[in-house]
Design a binder for this molecule. Structure first.
Ligand code: ADP
Ligand code: ZN
Ligand code: ZN
Length: 641
């Protein structure tokens, strides 16, 4: 008999420690077991095995072994819990999710979700050959390596992932390919499927529990050795991992916004180091963090020809928002000559606000400090909480009938297109339009197959789609993101514009149009010139001066409570107890869901130390916080401020 340290999978912080159980000799780290715990039965994960129980501990035997995960994943989870200030149990839950009942036969998701993939090219380009060679050499070295794969949209990055995955398979190794929001990129899945057939598995949040179980089992059993998935696939139970590719590495969806608040890109780097695998971060618009820190592999420009010219439309001079005259002219040309257009407007609904011209009041959410958004069904909706109310005919404050609709959202844009260019078909892609399962795939394939057709949507339309025949990509309002009080606002705007521009003219000459009230803004100017290097150089210089990532880590603490003063009070106390790093705040944040909020941001070289210290201070403050109804969330390496 042996004794094992087991973390029962319970979320309570007060129980966040291992417990000793007696186990059969063949049980080791990574075994998922059922144990008696706190009067019931619980799943738990074995993290360590010892010959004798700690002194004074009377260990009971486990009930049974139900599953096992690679031991390396246990180590990864414990690191993740520590780095992000979560609990080992919550992190272990990621690598050993609960197993659901088996399902009846249905085609597995890799088949269902793939669009027909293109064939492998006859030969790789010179730079592709070099880059694949470097990645494969690192894989063979087996001591872990981290690369930035930089190349314009259409420069052949996906082909590099495919080749590197094939090389991993030849060596008997497995591979993980992370993609943002997999439901939006069925083409990518199609290419992997065309290349590797049944050998791929798909993991993402829209699968049913039973499907996820089946896919994980195919991976664990080695029947599928290439895993494609969203963020959570970083902890897929691949054994003998040789490669992790992170496609569109700049995408914000890699960060999980609930506990454990992990960043799959950081976790991928750690996993590659632990397992001696090669990690490849690919993007046409890399993060400053990756540009600065990673070894760069460059593919260069687009394979099929030059990037499309970008025309900036100055909305201070051109009339007709949201459809300016130059934009209408471009759309008219498509109506006449054929082709496709993509229009990006990063706002849902009809109008982002209703504003009274008589008294100046804007109609706001009762629970949040944001304006209510007018939707096409005549309802006002809060985009932060579930609040909805019928749009009033007159101002609730002064009864004036002069309620103006400020700005435009995707639904209004759709109507304006109908009014101005009725010859063009319209497909809308935003969170409202694709709420039903399968709706996104349906919209995308309708657009893929159509002609004289416009895809209208939020940032979803700028994701890595490969559509042929896109003659025009236009940003209707490039200013939406620039005004946000976040040090990444410029980076995000630059990425969004450059990515959208990359959707145009992949196979034929295409055009790009950017409408803005700030034509001189750096992010807009440089995106219009496709000048990624210049943008990143300036951005890094600014970040160095201000001690932002990648030069320091950030640790963010957000406190919220039922009244205005208590969150800030708690944060002031926390700040007093932090002896390390440069701490900004407390600063008030928008009220959300009826809770007043404030934040503290620490800039530090030792994020784990700061997060651990905050956790200690929060334990000390727990009783007072409970009394005041205040809660706090610690976010290490937050992606938005
Ligand atoms: P990215 O991922 O950088 O956008 P892709 O890998 O999708 O680029 O390549 C862009 C297009 O070029 C695709 O249609 C792809 O099939 C094609 N392609 C990629 N590599 C080659 C090559 N070596 N020769 C010819 N065509 C290629
Ligand atoms: Zn009024
Ligand atoms: Zn609200």
């Amino acid at each position: 008999m042996a004794y094992a340290s087991v973390y029962p999978l319970v979320s309570a912080r007060s129980l966040a420690r291992p417990f000793t159980y007696e186990v059969p000799d063949d049980v080791g780290p990574g075994a998922v077991v059922e144990v008696r715990f706190g009067g019931g039965k619980r799943r738990g994960v074995v993290v360590d095995v010892v010959d004798a129980p700690p002194r004074g501990i009377d260990a009971v035997p486990i009930e049974k072994v139900v599953d096992d995960v690679p031991a390396a994943l246990v180590e990864l989870a414990l690191w993740l819990a520590d780095y992000y200030g979560s609990t080992p149990a919550r992190a272990l839950e990621l690598v050993a999710p609960i197993k659901r009942a088996r399902r009846v036969d249905r085609p597995h998701p890799a088949i269902r979700e793939a669009l027909a993939g293109e064939e492998a090219p006859e030969a790789l380009s010179g730079s592709q050959t070099d880059v694949v060679g470097r990645i494969v050499a690192a894989m063979d070295g087996g001591s872990g390596a981290h690369f930035l794969l930089y190349g314009a949209t259409g420069s052949g990055k996906t082909e590099v992932y495919l080749q590197a995955c094939a090389a991993a398979l030849e060596r008997g190794l497995g591979a993980i390919v992370l993609v943002p929001e997999i439901g939006l990129t069925p083409q990518a899945v199609g290419r992997f499927r065309a290349r590797f057939g049944e050998g791929i598995a798909i993991l993402h949040s829209a699968l049913t529990d039973a499907e996820r179980r089946d896919e994980r089992e195919r991976v664990a059993a080695g029947r599928a050795r290439v895993v494609i998935g969203a963020r959570s696939a970083v902890s897929a139970p691949v054994r003998g991992l040789g490669l992790i590719c992170i496609d569109e590495e700049h995408d914000a969806s890699y960060k999980q916004e609930s506990d454990p608040r992990y960043d799959a890109r950081t976790v991928a780097a750690k996993r590659a180091s632990l397992e001696g695998a090669a990690a490849v971060y690919g993007s046409a618009t890399p993060r400053p963090e990756s540009w600065e820190r990673l070894e760069r592999l460059e593919l260069g420009g687009r394979l099929a020809g030059p990037l499309p010219p970008v025309k900036v439309v100055d909305l201070r001079r051109e009339r007709g928002y949201p459809l300016s005259a130059p934009l209408l002219a471009e759309l008219g040309a498509i109506a006449e000559n054929g082709g496709k257009a993509i229009l990006l407007l990063n706002r849902r609904g009809v109008a982002p606000a209703l504003h009274c011209r008589a008294c100046g009041k804007t109609i706001r959410c009762a629970n949040c400090d944001v304006s209510l958004v007018l939707h096409g069904d005549g309802l006002l909706r809060c985009h932060h909480c579930a609040w909805t109310e019928p749009a009033p005919q007159t101002c609730p404050a002064c009864a004036s009938a002069e309620l103006a609709r400020l700005g435009a959202g995707t639904q209004r844009l759709e109507r304006e297109l109908e009014a101005h260019v009725p010859e063009l078909q319209r497909v809308r892609l935003d969170a409202d339009a694709v709420a039903k399962p399968g709706a996104a795939a349906e919209a995308l394939s309708r657009f893929a197959e159509g002609d004289r057709i416009v895809l209208i949507g939020t940032q979803m339309v700028a994701k890595g789609h490969h559509f042929s025949g896109v003659a025009l990509a236009a940003v209707v309002d490039a200013d939406t993101g620039l005004g946000l009080p976040d040090f990444r606002a410029e980076e995000r705007t630059f990425q969004l514009l450059t990515q959208l521009a990359g959707r145009s003219g992949r196979d034929a000459p295409g055009r790009v149009l950017v409408q803005t009230f700030q034509p001189d803004a750096r992010a807009i100017q440089l995106a219009a010139r496709h000048d990624v290097r210049e943008f990143l150089a300036g951005e890094l210089e600014r970040r160095r001066e201000l001690a932002y990532p990648p030069f320091r880590h950030l640790v963010r603490v957000v406190a919220s409570g039922p009244e205005a003063a208590s969150p800030a009070r708690l944060l002031s106390e926390l700040k007093g107890g932090l002896d390390h790093g440069d701490v900004l705040g407390p600063a008030p944040l928008l009220r959300l869901r009826g809770r007043h909020r404030a934040q503290l941001v620490a800039k530090t070289e030792q994020p784990r130390r700061v997060a651990a210290r905050v956790a200690e201070l929060l334990v000390d403050a727990a009783a007072a916080m409970r009394k005041a109804g205040v809660t706090a969330v610690v976010d290490v390496d937050p992606q938005s401020l």
